[in-house]
Design a protein around this ligand. Structure first.
Ligand code: TXA
Ligand code: MG
Length: 320
């Protein structure tokens, strides 16, 4: 029997019993457990094979629930919450003692967001606790953007995937922390740097070499297909460098044509970067199942959501 279901009451029951349920969000599917239950959180780390030093994001039903888990809220954090919640923005704030240390990997801060998905908002409204949920993939592999992707990873260990259809954003939330009340971007994602800056004024991106300990989502070789992946300025040149190989291409569109390749996915027929973002992970999943020798992905223009997409692709390409 499939673990995929739309039964919200059953999801409530499982979560209240410290079991895990994969939940839909607008970014990617999350692997959720009661954020106040150490036992449930332990199951998340075990199922994902995620190192305990990598903290989780806590999902709340509405911005009014913030006080239950955050000790203080800097003014700019409040402005960002007002502007983007519900939505794909995660705020890292000083935590209350009610949040178990295992959720935050022992840090004094907790990552929080209000997801924008009707099914999950309905679910969260029916729970007496928030849920901690990392992306619902084994540590290091591609994030899931459909219930089927999640079932492909965890059919043997997970009791339920709450089906909310394909994720509309398709790229993880943008994570913003505060250093001396000054906002800092820890991870680029669905909300662009430009959008954040329109609320906060100029903001810094956490320096690459500093960010691993603080936001391990930034570790190299994250978000990776098992097929070697190349991020290319010129797809034609990248193809020429792999003679006789089974090549899969992911291009942005519109109207690209390449010969001598095995498979080609065009992310947006109109070249729309938001549409491309929503389809990127599904394209990586699909090509990863074709026994290709190499996946060549086109580099995006380095602005707006393109910058977040390049960040993910760079991580997918690292180490090959
Ligand atoms: O869109 C998303 O953010 C999805 C959906 C399910 O909400 N979740 C997600 O979770 O991407 P995950 O676990 O794959 O990534 C969470 C990131 C990690 O890179 C982690 O290091 C960072 O959040 N993080 C969590 N708590 C933190 C904290 N206290 N300080 C700094 N970074 C933190
Ligand atoms: Mg993840």
């Amino acid at each position: 029997m499939s673990i995929i279901s739309t039964d919200i009451a059953k999801a409530v029951e499982l979560l209240a019993a410290d079991e895990l349920v994969a939940i839909p969000t607008e970014t990617v599917y999350g692997l959720a457990g009661n954020a106040f239950s150490e036992q449930a959180i332990r199951k998340i780390f075990e199922m994902k094979k995620r190192p305990f030093f990598n903290p989780l994001i806590v999902h709340i039903a509405s911005p009014d629930r913030l006080e239950e888990i955050a000790r203080t809220v800097p003014e700019k954090a409040q402005l960002l919450a007002n502007a983007f919640w519900p939505g794909p923005l995660t705020l890292v704030l000083p935590k209350k003692d009610s949040v178990p240390d295992i959720v935050t990997a022992g840090k004094p801060t907790v990552a929080i967001r209000v997801p924008k998905h009707p099914v999950t908002l309905d679910l969260l409204g029916k729970l007496s606790f928030p849920v901690a949920a990392p992306s619902a993939n084994p540590f290091g592999s591609i994030s899931p953007t459909t219930a089927q992707h999640v079932a492909g990873y965890f059919a043997d260990t997970l009791k339920m995937v709450l089906d909310g259809g394909a994720c509309t954003k398709g790229i993880e939330s943008t994570i913003v922390g505060f250093e001396n009340s000054t906002p800092v971007v820890y991870r680029l994602g669905s909300v662009t740097l430009e959008e954040i800056e329109s609320v906060t004024g100029p903001i810094s991106l956490l320096n690459k070499k500093d960010e691993a300990p603080d936001a391990p989502g930034m570790l190299s070789r994250h978000y990776a297909p098992s097929t070697p992946t190349v991020l290319a300025e010129s797809i034609d040149e990248a193809i020429a460098m792999h003679p006789g190989k089974r090549i899969g291409v992911i291009s942005i569109g519109p109207g690209n044509f390449f010969s001598g390749i095995t498979s080609h996915i065009i992310l947006s027929e109109t070249g729309d970067l938001r549409e491309a973002a929503a389809r990127l992970y599904a394209a990586m999943h699909e090509l990863d199942e074709m026994n290709l020798d190499v996946i060549i992905a086109q580099r995006f223009p380095d602005e707006g959501i393109g910058r977040s997409l390049n960040d993910r692709l760079q991580r997918a390409a690292k180490g090959d």
